[in-house]
Design a protein around this ligand. Structure first.
Ligand code: SF4
Length: 255
């Protein structure tokens, strides 16, 4: 599934309420630094992360302002303006400038809306990306696995980024972020995995407690996945994991 415009929706989101989506990436293919086996956009067919087809800063600014004006005229509520779309939004070379402009537009048209970015955390090595994500209210950063083996299997990075590096970059946020994890099981390349089972679960909990995010969002498979043989974790099982974190003082929601 690919989004066909820069600004789309608002759509009703379980996590974010009325969410106006912002897609910075081309509408013809997904571009991402990961190739997650569960990605709703399908497989990452282009592994060179070519940003030349990204929408320009000017195109993005214009599309967002037009959409916000239209929503305001139609009296459509917006709870969150959300970077998501056809791949990893922080790959955009002008991500910081886009965020700066979006903050200005949000303050002008929808001052009560929060700005959310759903990111896979791979670009956190860039100072400008960290600066942008620290400026918004809701940087939602992915961490599905904390061992390199499981991370390679689930997220299949196409960029040379190790999960240990991601964890180090997440530390730089000093807890001022939302951590999101997708729990599921399956069989990839003949190897079975389950990131909600031991020893993975305890290892993940240790890292979460060390990072102390403002909030943790747990979710499981919702739509069709490119890989076959994947199984969603039940809400009851996710609630058990959530309660472990809540008991340690970390607000955790299950979606
Ligand atoms: S990080 Fe997001 S967009 Fe990229 S492959 Fe994974 S699920 Fe898809």
């Amino acid at each position: 599934m690919l989004w066909e415009s820069i600004a789309f929706g608002p759509i009703r989101s379980r996590r974010l309420g009325s969410s106006l989506g912002i897609n910075l990436l081309p509408i013809v293919k997904k571009i991402c630094s990961f190739d997650c086996v569960y990605c709703e956009c399908g497989w990452t067919l282009d592994s060179n992360m070519d940003t030349s087809g990204f929408f320009s800063l000017e195109e993005v600014n214009q599309a967002i302002e037009t959409k916000l004006i239209q929503c305001q005229q139609d009296k459509i509520p917006i709870d969150s303006i959300t970077f998501s779309g056809n791949g990893e939004p922080t790959l955009h070379p002008d991500f910081l400038a886009i965020v700066d402009n979006l903050i200005r537009l949000r303050d002008q048209y929808y001052p009560n809306a929060i700005i959310t970015c759903l990111s896979n955390s791979t670009q956190l090595y860039r100072d400008d990306v960290r600066e942008a994500l620290m400026k918004i209210e809701n940087p939602v950063l992915k961490l599905d696995a904390v061992t390199e083996e499981l991370y390679q299997m689930i997220n299949a990075p196409v960029q040379d980024v190790k999960v240990a590096q991601i964890i180090e970059w997440l530390k730089l946020f000093k807890g001022q972020f939302v951590l999101q994890t997708l729990f599921f099981s399956g069989k990839i390349g003949g190897v079975e995995f389950d990131n909600a089972k031991e020893p993975h679960l305890s290892q993940w909990i240790d890292v979460v407690l060390m990072l102390k995010p403002q909030k943790v969002m747990l979710y499981s498979l919702d739509r069709e996945t490119p890989a076959e043989n994947l199984t969603k974790l039940s809400t009851e099982e996710m609630e058990k994991i959530a309660q472990i974190l809540r008991d340690k003082g970390i607000p955790t929601s299950v979606y």
